[in-house]
Design a protein around this ligand. Structure first.
Ligand code: ADP
Ligand code: ASP
Ligand code: MG
Length: 469
């Protein structure tokens, strides 16, 4: 089979884990598979790069040097654990030192300028994967297997210039990736590509959104016409809910692209929300698998949902870090185009509306947006309010909410799912702030206070017996 295998931060958290990953890759390569590997940064590194780049604006060289020193020792430790050959160790340490010296210069630059743009933030974040990929490369080489490592940019992934959340230009990317990686696969050389990072048409580094190595793997899966994309992580597959919230959560053996996407949008962290876009068009199956339990074949994601699955609700997910925005205006009632004006203001300011609910009276619209965009949303709506005079009279917000979504393709046409959800939540005495059901009927989502989120997820999981299927 031709496979793209992605190893997340949780799978490459330490040198010991990287060694295990290299063993897995080598095993599958020996079984006559052609493999391309995508790797994330070591667990926690991307977060620390983001934090340091923010703090760099207001700190001094000493702070930055202390950070790069810790980062170097973390990666050097991993190299020594992952690779036995001293020659390969030395080679990887040299690459690592060079990368960290470059990172230090950039962070010092940010510190002197006192400004961090999204573009420079992407560049800083790219170092997580630029540091992990050579270690995985060294560890695979250590298993006497031929391999070569690439940044996403060098592998040929070209994106738009939406820094921090870029999307690939698939036709151009496919052309370049095939040209650069296919000859290696033909010769059984394993290409290792940094996840998450790519470049725009001008060659400037971009990132494809947090958790984006999943996306890199599906982009490569489509470009290389892989038989399957395997996403290796720290759980057996996609589960009925986050096993960290409900320990009895069960693995779902099969999901459709639509169901899995819906789960990812509503917070199932095991998958990047846009990752299934390219594969669902090209019909490339995706499997989520556990690095620590490779005997389990994981969750298979394909076009059609499982034919014999009868359950209406399959899974429940929680989306945090969101805010609810309420727009009121008696003048919106019956005024053509008044909703369009509200969404136009938000759209023009780069604010994506994730969920909408409008009262039949038309005097109120409630929306869910990312929490960190709330300030921008309110201020721009207020400006518009003054300009358009009268349509909007008031804008209010709640920034301590979470979205809960119950998901399943068979909810379509099944009576009583919504009432079962809402009465279970009501029985717990929890107040629902907003409700929305898309016309796809693939999910029923609603908003509660974030402090109630975990209890609500547990209640729904229990109510639909999701842990006992
Ligand atoms: P990786 O580093 O492999 O990309 P992530 O931390 O991004 O791993 O994603 C895996 C985590 O996603 C799991 O440890 C789990 O806690 C969380 N998660 C949340 N919801 C789900 C779900 N429905 N199914 C599986 N995992 C989930
Ligand atoms: N390292 C990146 C992140 O933490 C990408 C990924 O892990 O998939 O978001
Ligand atoms: Mg992830």
């Amino acid at each position: 089979m031709k496979l793209v295998m992605k190893f997340g931060g949780t799978s490459v958290g330490s040198g010991v884990n990287i060694r295990h990953v290299a063993g897995l890759v080598t095993k599958y390569a020996k079984e006559n598979n052609k493999i391309a590997v995508v790797v994330s940064a070591l667990a926690g590194v991307t977060n620390s790069l983001i934090e340091t780049s923010f703090r760099a604006q207001k700190s001094d060289e000493k702070y930055i040097q202390a950070f790069t020193k810790t980062l170097l020792s973390k990666h050097t430790d991993a190299i020594k654990e992952a690779i036995t050959s001293e020659i390969i160790q030395k080679e990887v340490i040299e690459i690592t030192e060079k990368n960290i010296a470059e990172l230090e210069k950039i962070l010092i630059g940010i510190c002197y300028i006192g400004e961090l743009t999204q573009k420079s933030k992407d560049y800083v974040m790219s170092f997580g994967e630029r540091l992990s990929a050579p270690i995985v490369w060294g560890a695979i080489k250590d298993h006497n297997t031929q391999t070569q490592w690439f940044t996403g940019k060098d592998a040929g992934i070209v994106t738009d210039s939406n820094f921090g959340d870029a999307d690939p230009l698939m036709n151009y990317t496919t052309h370049l990736v095939r040209e650069r990686l296919e000859p290696l696969l033909e010769k059984n050389i394993i290409p290792i590509v940094t996840g998450f990072i790519a470049a725009n048409q001008d060659g400037i580094v971009t990132t494809v959104g947090r958790g984006g190595s999943d996306y890199t793997s599906t982009i490569l899966g489509v470009a290389l016409q892989a038989d399957e994309v395997w996403i290796w992580t720290d759980v057996d597959g996609i589960m009925t809910t986050d096993p960290k919230i409900v320990p009895t959560a069960q693995m779902l053996s099969q999901l459709s692209y639509k169901e899995a996407t819906e789960m990812a949008i509503f917070g199932a962290k095991a998958m990047h929300p846009r990752a299934l876009g390219p594969v669902s068009k090209a019909n490339v199956p995706v499997r989520i698998r556990n690095t620590n339990n490779p005997e389990n074949s994981g969750t298979l994601i394909t076009k059609e949902p499982q034919a014999d699955a009868k359950e209406a609700a399959k899974a429940v997910a929680m989306l945090k870090d969101v805010a609810m925005l309420n727009v009121y205006g008696a003048a919106m009632v019956g005024a053509p185009g008044s909703y369009a004006k509200v969404f136009d203001v938000l759209g023009k300011n780069g604010i994506n509306v994730m969920m909408i609910s409008a009262a039949a009276s038309e005097a109120n619209i409630s929306m869910i947006i990312k929490r960190d965009l709330l300030g921008r949303a309110i201020s721009n709506l207020e400006i518009a309010l003054q300009e358009h005079g009268g349509i909007i009279s008031e804008v209010t917000a709640e920034d301590d909410v979470a979205v809960i979504a119950t998901i399943g393709a068979n909810m379509k046409g099944t009576l009583g799912v919504a009432s079962k959800i809402f009465s279970a939540v009501a029985k717990k005495g929890i107040n629902i702030r907003m409700i929305a059901q898309g016309s796809s009927e693939l999910n029923i989502s609603f908003v509660v206070k974030e402090k109630d989120g975990i209890a609500v997820v547990q209640t729904i999981h229990e109510e639909f017996n999701l842990g006992k299927q």
